[in-house]
Design a protein around this ligand. Sequence first.
Ligand code: F6P
Length: 342
Amino acid sequence: MKIGILTSGGDCPGLNAVIRGVVIKGNTMFEDEFIGFKDGWRGVIEKDYMTLPRRRVRGIGRIGGTILGTSRSNPFADGEDGAEIVRQNMDDMDMDALIAIGGDGTLFTANRLFEAGIPIVGVPKTVDNDLDATDYTFGFNTAVEIATESLDRLRMTGDSHHRCMVGEVMGRSVGWIALHSGMAAGAHVICLPEFPLSLDDICHYVQAAFNRGRAPLVVVAEGFVPKDAPEGFMDYELDEFGRPRFGGIAEALAPLIEERLGIETRATVLGHIQRGGEPTAYDRVLATRLGTTALDLVHKGGFGRMVALRGTEIVDVPLSEAIDSLKKVPESRWREAEVLFG
Ligand code: F6P
């Protein structure tokens, strides 16, 4: 078969491991030929691609980022008939199928293309871990490791100065990175978008930790807003898709904590540091398994479906299920964490 691969949306450690898994299996088990489209849907629309012989994927499984490049471009933007262009380009290039590796936006587009008759299979990715149809997405484990290491460092300097440290991690609508890295680093309070605390709640936990002689550590997900915040508390710019460009909630909270409690407080925004660098062993293995299973799905004709992790097994589910709902932190996980605050 002749198969196109693309990576789309925000990058994520493990993308290269998926590409490598697909290409190696296609070479050893089938006689597949692979095309790598550059910068997500842009490459598909503009027929900008590279060939992917086996030698091109040599050693890439342990490297972060994506050798194909990525973008947040959308084939249906500006009223374009994306499906028609994709179909035409695939015909011109004699292609049999597409494998789209991406988050909710990419999988939504993939489903739309499938509904218009394009043979396409999805592979989920996102550091935020917010896709409901899979237990974990690759990239999440790496982001949590990086965040935890950074929070450990913040605790160390905070201890020396008897300061409160506020660390901001990624997580637009869900607080998985904050929950896991915050628990691992022993945070004194974790602020998630799903369970908004008030400024009073946060200060209560900070003061309690300080009173016990600890340098309080506050971990906050970028999408968090205090429940008592006034309208327009965080005035984010919008990106080209009209989504808020997060970043800065830690810097907004730190002076408020300092003002209320008189405890010297500093803020650190980890930002894209969490998305760069090498994937952890866990993410390399998960990404490789998703890649090889996605290729099987293509050969079985399982179009309109996406590979997913359920327990320890890789399964496949309809793309429509993948875009149905966000995987939020459930109340049970919040309660587990909450008892450790203060
Ligand atoms: O969706 C993943 C994510 O990393 C979010 O956590 C973050 O808000 C966003 O992407 C950042 O996007 P960009 O790289 O386009 O600034």
